[in-house]
Design a protein. Structure first.
Length: 439
């Protein structure tokens, strides 16, 4: 064990090495702040030395220092954190497209560990977890004073193992315990399909390293099948991801102007991201779906589209995560996740703690399924039901169209936000078509 004098010598040697390598930044600090920093660091070294020599059990110095670093970052904001080598690797795996866990993004909100959103079609989503649910315990351990990445470490684990959560949701009288089995989560960030002829539905679940290129590819594949006359981009329960991917997706629909800009304490953290004309016109009607689980990168896309009046935002108020984190690799394989700036929409709105307000606010309300008996009783009599009615002309593929229409109607029946978006994009498409015919 190090003696107090030896420890002080080593500590201050390391501290002056730190000052040497960071002297341009340290030089910017006032003399009073420097003196305060010296005193506090000396106090820290004294406390650690006392603990090493007198604590009831022998202290693991590395773990103690890592704990101090975590505490330092946790005191700054909910999104700055120290990433252990394991957490740093998990973060890298996630941005590439897979990880093992239950599939949720968490943050600290009002000093409580809060779900930003469950990723679609993951164990968390299937268990019924929702944005703004509060996790009070993980496997019996209280989450008070637990940072987001410490919580994520506990939520993740080998596929097939389980984790038990104590969940509180606004409106519930008591906590609910949920035991959820972990799985390998291969996050396919983009899904696209035709909802009806010419009208595309696309869902982005998270902004990963390949999202924008995958989105472009799938749009082109649909365009090769038939003409695209309108698009619904679903960003509900999308917790965000990589900033440059959000910029790239917004750039697909914008030809010029700002997409987003960031402001930091240092001038090199002030960045403006602008749109570029690709030569390909995508001027068809656009509707973006958002909700309280849409955060960060999702809010960048929605905010840019709204500011340029390129599309209509439908749904509910978004989460309001408007800060930029920079990931810095550390020598031992760990990482530092540090908030370096806040971002703003092209029309100078800060999203931090405010979110994006939809153009058309539609709270989600799943429609109850109509019983088969009621469907039969309320069936309207049509011309085709009358005896000896005159036959109509055969439509060739009429039966297939009828099946697709029924399938779409059932889907819209269960999702009133999607129905609103569909009605809007369909109306805009008709309006555009009429204007073109007038020309």
């Amino acid at each position: 064990m190090l003696t107090s004098n030896k420890y002080h010598l080593i500590f201050f040697c390391l501290f002056f090495v730190f000052l040497f390598f960071s002297r341009p930044t340290f030089a910017e600090i006032s003399q009073a702040d420097k003196e305060t920093t010296y005193k506090q660091l000396e106090l820290f070294s004294n406390i650690l030395s006392i603990l090493q020599e007198n604590y009831v059990e022998e202290i693991n110095t590395k773990e103690a220092l890592n704990g101090a670093i975590r505490g330092l970052l946790y005191s700054l904001d909910p999104h700055s954190s120290y990433l252990s080598p394991e957490s740093f690797k998990d973060l890298q795996d996630e941005t590439r497209g897979s990880f093992s866990g239950i599939g949720i993004e968490v943050t600290i909100k009002n000093d409580l560990l809060t779900i930003v959103s469950p990723i679609a079609d993951t164990p968390a989503d299937q268990a019924g977890l929702k944005a703004n649910d509060v996790i009070l315990e993980i496997d019996g351990k209280k989450t008070k004073n637990m940072g987001p990445f410490e919580a994520i470490e506990k939520l993740r684990g080998p596929s097939g193992t389980s984790v038990t959560l104590s969940i509180y949701r606004e409106g519930w009288d008591e906590l609910k315990k949920m035991t959820i089995k972990r799985e390998v989560i291969p996050v396919q960030s983009v899904k696209t399909e035709f909802l009806s002829p010419g009208l595309v539905y696309s869902r982005i679940t998270k902004f990963q390293s390949h999202t924008s290129s995958e989105f472009k590819t799938k749009l082109q594949q649909l365009k090769n099948e038939q003409q695209v006359n309108g698009l619904i981009l679903d960003l509900r329960n999308n917790p965000g991801g990589l900033l440059h991917q959000a910029v790239s997706v917004a750039d697909i629909f914008l030809e010029k102007g700002k997409i987003v800009y960031t402001k930091g304490r240092k001038t090199d953290q002030n960045t403006v991201f602008t749109a570029h004309s690709s030569g390909e016109k995508r001027q068809y009607p656009l509707v973006i779906l958002v909700n309280e689980g849409s955060a960060s990168a999702s809010e960048i896309v929605a905010g840019a589209i709204q500011a340029h009046k390129r599309g209509i935002i439908v749904g509910t108020q978004t989460f309001g995560k408007g800060s930029v984190q920079t990931i810095i690799p550390l020598p031992d394989g760990a990482g530092l996740r540090m908030t370096t700036a806040t971002y703003y929409t092209p029309d100078d709105r800060s999203i931090q703690a405010l979110g994006i307000t939809p153009d058309v606010e539609v709270p989600f309300a799943a429609c109850a399924e109509v019983p088969e008996k009621a469907k039969t009783e309320k069936k309207l009599v049509k011309e085709a039901d009358l005896t000896n009615h005159l036959p109509g002309l055969k439509q060739g593929k009429g039966k297939k169209v009828d099946k697709e229409t029924i399938k779409l109607e059932e889907r819209l029946q269960q999702d009133n936000q999607l129905r609103t978006a569909y009605d809007i994009v369909k109306s805009l498409n008709l309006f555009t078509s009429y204007n073109k015919s007038d020309d």
